[in-house]
Design a protein around this ligand. Structure first.
Ligand code: 4NP
Length: 169
């Protein structure tokens, strides 16, 4: 798996943005889980973490109540408020992690420089069990879908952080 790597220091924290469609289910879960793992590993000073949605319907809203419930069951708090992804995210962040292929394609329409394209990856590129590469959208389904999303997101974020830890100086 290739993605933009650099030395990660306290002076230059690695900036990661997780992106889905609504920014109320999958990407807030990924943001909260990654933040939780970073804090658990005492690496807060080395990472800057955010999330966004390609759509604007839910801007300003907290994470979906089912996403929050599943996360809380695992000791993970979801604090984010939805915002819409903007082209400048592809300049600001080191890595822009899409939840599914459609989110990645939408982000690719915002690319203005080749190096920005390299920043767009799928979360499941890091999943030891990647299936079709997409974190399935749980929005219209029941609790089972939200639990599945949490499990996928958790193990993928764990793998992503373990990989990035190699770059901490
Ligand atoms: P998310 O889920 O992309 O994981 O936040 C969705 C939330 C809202 C909608 C679709 C997906 N929606 O169509 O409003």
């Amino acid at each position: 798996m290739t993605f933009p790597r650099r030395a990660i220091t306290k002076e230059q924290p690695y900036r990661i943005n997780f992106v889905c469609l609504g920014n109320i289910c999958r990407s807030p879960t990924a943001e909260g889980v990654f933040q939780h793992l970073v804090t658990e590993d005492e690496l807060d000073e080395y990472f800057e973490i955010d999330s966004a949605g390609t759509g604007s319907w839910h801007v300003g809203n907290p994470a979906n109540s089912k996403s929050q419930e599943v996360a809380n069951q695992h000791g993970v708090k979801l604090f984010s408020r939805a915002r819409q992804a903007v082209p400048s995210d592809l300049e600001y962040f080191d890595l822009v992690v899409a939840m599914d292929h459609s989110n990645a394609a939408d982000l690719q329409t915002m690319v203005v420089k080749p190096e920005q394209d390299d920043k767009i990856v799928l979360l499941r590129d890091f999943d030891p069990d990647p299936d079709d590469g997409a974190v399935p959208d749980p929005y219209y389904g029941g609790m089972d879908g939200f639990k599945k999303v949490f499990d996928i997101v958790y193990r993928s974020c764990r793998a992503l952080l373990d990989d990035l830890k190699k770059d901490i100086k």
